[in-house]
Design a protein. Structure first.
Ligand code: ADP
Ligand code: ASP
Ligand code: MG
Length: 417
């Protein structure tokens, strides 16, 4: 007997028929003698609709009320799944974040989990009941509902798995695992049997939205074994495949992976904006003057390039940031124009970051050079580059995004045979 947390994403609970299918998956695990807790997302599209309504009501709205509204999608699916489970003879009860309670900090809209009371859930499970938990939401210190940022049900699931000391956290979605790149963009993408926490963290933070970044961070810190799999596989399909697990991807410690490829995957993100400050005074403290105020405003700057201006006396500073923060950043920098000492601010929203990720890079030279050459051969111009031990990112025009992803995927031998 194991204790399992099963999480179902938006497409898996998109309507009542799919919720019945989810109930059948849950029943299979219960019938196999496991203790099960379930975490659900809202029906696909529901959260987008709720967000759109809040913006329509007022573009600048109170974040506490935003959370009261957008958390409601999960309330619906948790109740529906509890009913669907009861209907097939599985004792089940829905739980909202505040009923557990799953406590968060006060950052409404992107709250972090502070603590989870596991006792109630554990005692329900040992009594043979399935708690069906509304993902994405918790209770803030001000006694109000807080949400965990888009895609946050993954994080709810991993955190709950850790709190109830589950043996595994199964993330059921609309693809049967983590692929070498987004299978919707590159049909040649291959499913990975295993991927190391660190690589998954890079993949997720560089654009592979199959898991929310924080869920991977949490799994890594609390050593939760996460298994990504499809809810569209038949619920009565064999549960043990060739590798001892059904089709899916296990996210695990690096040393559980026997053979490392040099490159594990390619990720991309189209939500990048680029800002260039032209003719900045070249003196100590300038970078701090630019990036300090942005950090204070919680704006995450990513790639930074500094080069000599056309006049040869001053410098140009170019950096990238999420498109959603672009307007705010421009406002902040323009307000500090005299203090920082730059002449002009140029900006482009049309940028895409493509990244090559792999733990194997640590011990292999020439991986970056290979990427640059392959992109050059395809006529793709690189605007900026950043690297770390296990990843290389390039910033390119969005128009070339898919070409670049496909090119790199094939250059590193990731295409399926
Ligand atoms: P859910 O609603 O179940 O949370 P998401 O839409 O958040 O599902 O995540 C699943 C999607 O992630 C897939 O449909 C796929 O298009 C996308 N995706 C992006 N990169 C990858 C990748 N490397 N492997 C698998 N899926 C990926
Ligand atoms: N329903 C939320 C969203 O769409 C949370 C999630 O699906 O994980 O972002
Ligand atoms: Mg998701």
């Amino acid at each position: 007997m194991s204790r399992i947390v099963m999480k179902f994403g938006g497409t898996s609970v998109a309507n009542v028929e799919r919720i019945r299918n989810v109930a059948a998956h849950v029943k299979r695990e219960v019938d196999a003698g496991h203790e099960v807790a379930v975490v659900v997302s809202a029906m696909s599209g529901a959260t987008n609709q709720l967000v759109a309504w809040t913006t329509e009501a007022s573009p600048l709205h109170d974040a506490r009320e935003y959370d009261a509204i957008v958390s409601s999608g999960e309330q619906v699916t948790s109740g529906l799944l509890a009913i669907a489970l009861q209907a097939i003879g599985v004792p089940a009860r829905s739980f909202q974040g505040w009923q557990i309670p799953l406590r968060t900090d006060e950052s409404h809209g992107a709250a972090r989990i502070a603590s989870i009371e596991g006792e109630t859930l554990i005692s329900r499970m040992t009594d043979g009941q399935v708690p069906v938990i509304a993902g994405f939401q918790g209770l803030a210190p001000n006694n109000r509902i807080a949400t965990l940022g888009r895609g946050g049900s993954d994080t709810s699931a991993v955190a709950i798995a850790s709190a109830v000391k589950a043996d595994r956290c199964d993330i059921y979605t609309d693809v049967d695992g983590v692929y070498t790149t987004d299978p919707r963009i590159v049909p040649q993408a291959r499913r990975l049997e295993r991927i190391a926490f660190e690589e998954m963290l890079e993949m997720a933070s560089l654009g592979a939205k199959v898991l929310q970044v924080r869920s991977v961070e949490m799994a890594m810190v609390h050593k939760v074994r996460v298994f990504v799999r499809s809810s569209f596989d038949a619920h009565d399909a064999p549960q043990v495949g060739p590798g001892g697990l059904p089709p899916g991807t296990l996210i695990c410690d690096e040393d559980e992976i026997v053979e490392h490829q040099v490159v594990t995957g390619i990720a991309y993100s189209k939500d990048e904006a680029q800002i260039s400050l032209r003719r900045v005074q070249d003196r100590p403290g300038v970078a701090a003057g630019v990036f300090g105020p942005l950090a204070e405003a919680s704006i995450n700057v990513d790639m930074i390039v500094q080069n000599v201006s056309e006049d040869g006396k001053t410098t140009d500073i170019t950096f990238t940031l999420p498109t959603s923060d672009q307007a705010r950043a421009i406002q902040i920098l323009n307000a500090k124009k005299a203090e920082i000492g730059f002449e002009a601010l140029n900006t482009e929203a049309d940028a895409c970051k493509v990244s090559v990720i792999g733990i194997g890079m640590r011990s292999h030279a020439g991986v970056a050079a290979q990427a640059f050459q392959a992109l050059a051969n395809r006529g793709v111009n690189i605007r900026a580059i950043t690297t770390s031990e296990i990843k290389i990112s390039v910033l390119i025009d969005t128009a070339y995004a898919e070409l670049a992803v496909r090119t790199l995927h094939s250059v590193y031998g990731l295409d399926k045979a």
